[in-house]
Ligand binder design. Structure first.
Ligand code: NAD
Length: 351
């Protein structure tokens, strides 16, 4: 399994370690260093098998190369997966992260990590006790902290760009937005939308979380079938499928969740249904801009805000290219990423 996955992969290198103390498989996947050191978060998760974890890491690392190339950053893409046999906390978790920090340090800056699914500030502090090649540590430890406000802000600018493209203006007053998932990003996005005058419907499987936003709550079942201007997926991936797309009653899909399209064909389904889709790996880059910009590239907050606002301009360019060429917005975004990588003298497989 490992051999086949690695043979088919178009990335540069994978470092594999089995952590005997916890039984964790560690995969550090360096997809591309063509534009600079490979950057991307560390995911901690239980998988069905080590090969499944490796496959996830390989796919996610390629996604980071695209995301960071489109965001115009001088960095390549990577991702690390810690495939734990059971949820870890306390001393065992910290000790694993310290050993993992030593591994990152040994890579000498080829790969720089940050938070991802099931890892956060405290975990970055543990890794950061062994290496400087980490971002989004806590402020007390010299880091830039939780990046979710900038993910939300970038998504907000992306929604405005989509409204401009469809309606000719980005006036929010009276526009109806459905936010699915009111966790770190969704709750902050809801606040930005409400402050801008939008009518916001929120749904979360954790109803208390949805209620705490102060917006109108709707049941998770059937939420996607509600009539609205914008559907903003901010929970799980793969909500856009052959089954769900025909039921959507929105004009725009623009949200922060990763991997929203279940398959590439779903991009075409959205286009055929006349729904404008803001590619997830473009609109949700605000968190990456936060960690990498503030900590690795020496930006101040004004520069960060300018770059996050730029996500809207990048999307406008993608929407226009897709329309001009009669392709999906997802394909247009892939082409833009490939263009930037080609300019740096490298190529990558288009999906
Ligand atoms: P989170 O875990 O804080 O919040 C996710 C929320 O979605 C939770 O409140 C959860 O209860 C809810 N949820 C789960 N399943 C649901 C369902 N079926 N229907 C409705 N709600 C459901 O996560 P987050 O950090 O806010 O990230 C949200 C999404 O954005 C994820 O897909 C993440 O990968 C992506 N993302 C986050 C960041 C970031 O800065 N945090 C950056 C880029 C992308």
């Amino acid at each position: 399994m490992f051999e086949e996955l690695l043979r088919q992969w178009d990335g540069e290198e994978v470092v594999v370690r089995h952590d005997r103390e916890t039984g964790t498989w560690i995969f550090v996947c360096v997809h591309s260093t063509a534009l600079g050191p490979a950057m991307g978060g560390t995911r901690m998760k239980q998988y069905g098998s080590p090969a499944e974890a490796l496959e996830d890491g390989l796919r996610l690392a390629g996604g980071m190369t695209r995301k960071l190339a489109i965001a115009g950053l001088p960095c390549g893409g990577g991702k690390a997966v810690l495939a734990v046999p059971e949820p870890l906390d306390g001393h065992a978790r910290r000790a694993l992260l310290e050993r993992y920090g030593d591994l990152i340090q040994a890579l000498g800056g080829t790969y720089v990590t940050g938070p991802d699914v099931n890892t956060g500030e405290t975990d970055m502090d543990a890794i950061g006790s062994r290496t400087s090649h980490v971002f989004c540590r806590s402020a007390e430890n010299g880091g830039s902290g939780d990046p979710s406000i900038h993910t939300a802000l970038g998504t907000f600018h992306g929604i405005r760009a989509a409204l401009r493209h469809v309606h000719g203006d980005d006036e929010m007053t009276g526009r109806k937005v459905l936010v699915q998932g009111t966790g770190s990003v969704g709750a902050k996005l809801t606040r930005l939308l409400l402050d801008a005058g939008a009518v916001v419907l929120v749904t979360d499987v954790d109803e208390e979380r949805a209620r705490a936003t102060g917006a109108e709550t709707v049941s998770a079942d059937g939420a996607l079938e509600l009539e609205c201007d914008v559907y903003a997926p901010c929970a799980l991936g793969a909500t856009l499928t052959a089954e769900s797309i025909p039921k959507l009653r929105c004009r725009i899909v623009a949200g922060a969740a990763n991997n929203q399209l279940a398959t590439p064909e779903d991009g075409e389904r959205l286009r055929a249904a006349g729904i404008l889709y803001a590619p997830d790996f473009v609109i949700n880059a605000g968190g990456a801009l936060h960690g990498i910009g503030l900590e690795q590239l020496g930006w101040d907050t004004a520069e960060l805000d300018r770059r996050v606002e730029g996500i809207g301009d990048t999307l406008t360019r993608i929407f226009e290219a897709a329309e001009a060429e009669g392709i999906t917005t997802d394909e247009a975004a892939e082409r833009l990423a490939a263009e930037r990588l080609r300019a740096a003298g490298t190529t990558m497989q288009l999906h």
